[in-house]
Design a protein around this ligand. Structure first.
Ligand SMILES: [Fe+2]
Ligand SMILES: [Fe+2]
Length: 166
């Protein structure tokens, strides 16, 4: 089905992110279980809670605008989660795996930042101001998560991984 207008594009992007957030709830739990560093494990769990909130915010936007949800698969997030799983499979438990999961998680956050940035811009263009403000809250949480992941990597995990014998 071809999209006819910006409203349909906005909705299509929302459906995409709804799938993505739902898939990420499960992926973040798995990453928390595989993390060795307790701060990283807690970080994944905290963001899992936030991610459940992101999904609810999208549902709130559906309600607010009377959007009928449609099932959509986000191939990009599927691919990013697959990459994260491969990295887990290809590393031993410990700091190298932690560092690998941080890189995978930051790719996800950047994808989400790009997606919510576009969603906010689309909502603003369409005059959906309340939806734009709801989606901006999620955008801020994705940005904060990305920053926290950088802090964890640069604040010790990468260093520990370097000390691990080859
Ligand atoms: Fe999210
Ligand atoms: Fe996120």
């Amino acid at each position: 089905m071809k999209m006819k207008n910006l409203e349909e594009l906005f909705q299509d992007e929302l459906f995409d992110m709804h799938y993505a957030e739902d898939a990420l709830i499960k992926a973040l739990e798995k990453m928390a279980e595989k993390a060795t560093n307790p701060k990283l494990a807690q970080g994944f769990r905290d963001h899992k809670e936030e991610t459940a909130g992101h999904k609810r915010r999208i549902e709130k936007v559906y309600e607010l605008l009377g959007i009928k949800p449609r099932k959509e698969v986000c191939e990009a997030i599927k691919g990013l989660i697959k990459e994260a799983e491969d990295l887990i499979g290809h590393t031993e438990e410990g700091p190298v795996r932690d560092a690998a999961m941080i890189t995978a998680a930051q790719k996800v956050e950047h994808y989400e930042i790009a997606s919510y940035g576009s969603l906010v811009a689309l909502a603003n263009s369409l005059g959906h101001m309340e939806a734009a403000s709801i989606l901006s809250e999620t955008l801020e949480e994705e940005r904060a998560t990305d920053r926290r992941l950088s802090e964890l990597a640069e604040g010790g995990i990468n260093q520990e991984a370097m000390q691990q014998a080859a």
